[in-house]
Design a protein around this ligand. Structure first.
Ligand SMILES: C[S@@+](CC[C@H](N)C(=O)[O-])C[C@H]1O[C@@H](n2cnc3c(N)ncnc32)[C@H](O)[C@@H]1O
Length: 284
């Protein structure tokens, strides 16, 4: 388990592009002092959520994302973890026997035809065994990431899944596009936005988390939602790239830099430290 601080563990159970585990320590001084209701509408692997629930113990939490398979996996971890572990054990056995053949066989299955338990097990299995834990779909919505080069991928993680299941018991989880948050959030609620980032160079975004893109119109729409929540008296924090476009959109809000180790090039071997923005409508 990753330990961003001495005290708090982040038991995230999937790998996700743009995951925030490595940034939590820099986020700690930026979070509000008190959090009673928490919303995370771009959930991904939920690194920030796992920190917030442990540290602040909010009374109400709503986690959401537009990716149906991702949210289904969370719901199954919450509601049916023991049967999920059994399914994952089966995947592990077959994968051990002939990894490549089995991976591509499972990848070719249409997840929408599977019952939700099997769909969640397939999603977690592919996440653990595919290249870099990427989630990428083609224009027809079909998962198309190749197999990763793992000798012994940790497909089951029984203890972690049980721990996450316990944590999720009091949490609401649903498939939802981010703009729906406007109707749900109230004064003093805390919302953390971690959208697909505005690319540093236009046209170079190489991660797609679901069918459909997140381009300039969506970034503008998100900024509009940010402003509406601000007017309602919510506390809002957003991560994004430090681009002229994003700075322009969030002109009047507080911005600080955090330093992230990231791929800075389509070539996965080129990694570097990048200053990304944290935008907030409040000061601590
Ligand atoms: C940068 S990732 C979030 C990473 C996450 N914070 C973590 O620690 O793993 C962005 C997420 O936004 C989701 N997403 C994309 N478009 C969306 C939309 N319109 N509404 C809600 N979620 C969306 C993607 O499915 C993806 O999980």
């Amino acid at each position: 388990m990753v330990k961003p601080t001495d005290k708090i563990e982040i038991p995230k159970f999937i790998k996700w592009a743009g995951g925030k585990t490595q940034l939590i320590e820099q986020f700690i001084p930026l979070f509000p002092k008190k959090i009673e209701r928490y919303f995370e509408p771009f959930l991904g692997s939920g690194a920030v959520f796992f920190y917030i629930i442990e540290k602040y113990k909010p009374k109400e939490i709503l986690l959401s994302d537009i990716n149906k398979e991702l949210i289904n996996a969370y719901i199954i971890v919450k509601t049916d973890v023991e049967r999920l572990i059994i399914e994952l054990k089966q995947h592990k056995e077959y994968y051990k026997a002939d990894s490549k053949k089995y991976y591509y066989e499972i990848r070719s299955v249409d997840p929408t035809l599977l019952p939700s338990l099997e769909q969640a097990a397939r999603f977690i299995f592919l996440n653990k065994t595919c290249f870099n834990g990427l989630y990428r779909v083609n224009s027809k919505g079909k998962f198309n990431v190749p197999i990763g080069a793992y000798k012994n991928p940790d497909i089951i993680q029984e203890d972690k899944l049980r721990k996450v299941s316990k944590i999720l018991q009091t949490v609401q989880i649903k498939v939802m596009s981010f703009e729906k948050i406007i109707k749900l959030a109230k004064k003093d609620d805390f919302i953390y936005f971690d959208p697909p980032y505005d690319p540093l160079k236009k046209g170079t975004s190489f991660t797609t988390y679901s069918k459909g893109n997140f381009l300039d119109p969506e970034q503008k729409q998100l900024c509009d939602v940010f402003q509406k929540l601000d007017k309602k008296g919510c506390k809002v924090m957003e991560s994004n790239n430090d681009t002229e476009f994003i700075r322009g959109l969030y002109d009047k809000y507080d911005k600080v830099h955090v330093s992230a180790k990231r791929m800075i090039n389509c070539n996965a071997t080129k990694r570097g430290n990048i200053n990304e923005l944290v935008i907030r409508n409040y000061k601590v």
